[in-house]
Design a protein around this ligand. Structure first.
Ligand code: ZN
Length: 408
């Protein structure tokens, strides 16, 4: 899903001339049979032969120049590149991003809006605006099923005997933690937080759908999850994975099994990667025979990866044949210098936040007093209109530089 782009209003594509092949730079991209304007940008010395090209040094200047020259807003622009660092800079200025290629483990902290392999997929994204990462789609459209994709990447775990084993990691979408104040209104981030303390239908549907998808492709012996820590059990913490109904999976006679036990409490908050890996070492034990079994393990948030990779390692050490990990979301580190603006309630003027209708699972925007407002309904905004408005009010503002001579 587009984080900053209004899908009904795509007007310009920025093509990275330094990494994309010629076929990407010359292709007539279209939306609803109308050709979309493109601009090829390059940092290299050799000027491109394209009709509309810009040589640039600085991303901020480049985007300002494009917005002024092409007379469009940042929420109408999409950037396409093979270089994740190029796209990371675009994200900082609230420009939509499409990566051509595969996501690699080291860049999971800056996931673009879409990842594609070819031009055909770009055309599909431009024209089917609802396609996106699975969990982001389920969080946004609580009931209807849309075409969606999964983020995939490969990683290795090192066993105690020095052998490396492969693990396939599947991700549902992007998670923005509380410290990213500018992005508190993100549907997936909201439901990830809700899932810590109660059942969330969208999370259930996501895991059900992904587990069935994997089971159609290979024989899975066990589906399991990261277990609660001893202290969480003592304190009666919500047992989130056991709340999942996984009804499609059950129809196929499969279910979540408890395979791992957490032996000791550990906290990962605020530690660096090395410390996190050390802290979690040996935390799990296997309580079922997994010898020669193929196992899918699920968890909600992937931050450093230490917890899930330690669980995968424990399963391999116990003799598992293959382990696949499915994560609801990946913690993002995206930063932006643009000040984030919230939606304001038109009755009391306070900030509106995402809220969930407990019975339908549908998200909506409401201020903290919305239930006390007289026309309860008219003081809330539905999710999609709210997201569109947020994109509009959080666009990159082009500031006219006044002639200083006039001021003095
Ligand atoms: Zn209000």
């Amino acid at each position: 899903m587009w984080k900053w782009t209004r899908s009904d209003n795509i007007q310009l594509l920025i093509l990275d001339g330094d990494t994309l092949e010629e076929e990407f730079l010359t292709y007539p991209y279209s939306k609803d049979d109308k050709v979309i304007k493109t601009v090829v940008v390059t940092k290299s010395e050799k000027l491109t032969g394209h009709k509309n090209s810009i040589k640039f040094f600085d991303f901020y200047d480049l985007i300002h120049e494009i917005i002024e020259k092409e007379k469009c807003e940042s929420y109408s622009i999409i950037s396409i590149s093979k270089d994740i660092l190029f796209l990371k800079s675009m994200m900082e200025y609230h420009i939509g991003t499409i990566l051509v290629g595969t996501l690699i483990y080291d860049f999971l902290k800056n996931i673009p809006d879409y990842t594609v392999q070819n031009i055909n997929s770009i055309e599909k994204i431009l024209n089917l605006d609802t396609k996106g990462y699975g969990a982001e789609i389920f969080a946004t459209y609580s009931s209807s099923r849309k075409k969606m994709s999964l983020l995939h990447c490969n990683e290795f775990v090192m066993l105690d005997d020095g052998n490396e084993r492969n693990v396939d990691l599947y991700f549902g979408g992007r998670y923005y933690a509380n410290k990213h104040m500018y992005i508190l209104n993100d549907p997936l981030s909201h439901i990830v937080k809700q899932f810590k303390s109660g059942y969330v239908k969208a999370v259930d549907l996501f895991f059900d759908s992904v587990c069935c998808y994997i089971a159609r492709r290979e024989n899975i012996d066990y589906f399991t999850y990261i277990p609660l820590k001893p202290n969480d059990i003592k304190e009666g913490k919500f047992d989130r994975f056991n709340s999942l109904q996984l009804s499609k999976l059950k129809k196929n006679n499969m279910q979540l099994d408890s395979i791992l036990n957490c032996k000791e409490d550990f906290s990962q908050k605020g530690n660096d990667l090395y410390v996190r890996r050390e802290i979690v070492k040996g935390a799990f034990e296997v309580i079922k025979d997994v010898e020669n079994k193929t196992i899918v393990i699920i968890d909600d948030v992937f931050s450093s990866g230490s917890t899930i990779l330690e669980a995968v390692k424990t399963l391999y050490e116990a003799g598992a044949k293959k382990v696949i990990a499915v994560l609801l979301s990946v913690n993002q580190l995206t930063e932006s210098s643009i000040k984030y603006k919230n939606l304001k309630c038109n009755i009391c003027g306070s900030n509106m936040k995402l809220r969930m209708n407990k019975s339908s699972g549908q998200l909506f925007f409401g201020c903290e007093n919305y239930q006390e407002h007289e026309n309860g309904k008219s003081s809330t905004i539905d999710l999609l209109s709210g997201m569109d408005t947020l994109k509009e009010i959080n666009k990159l503002e082009v500031v006219d530089i006044v002639d200083l001579h006039d001021e003095f």
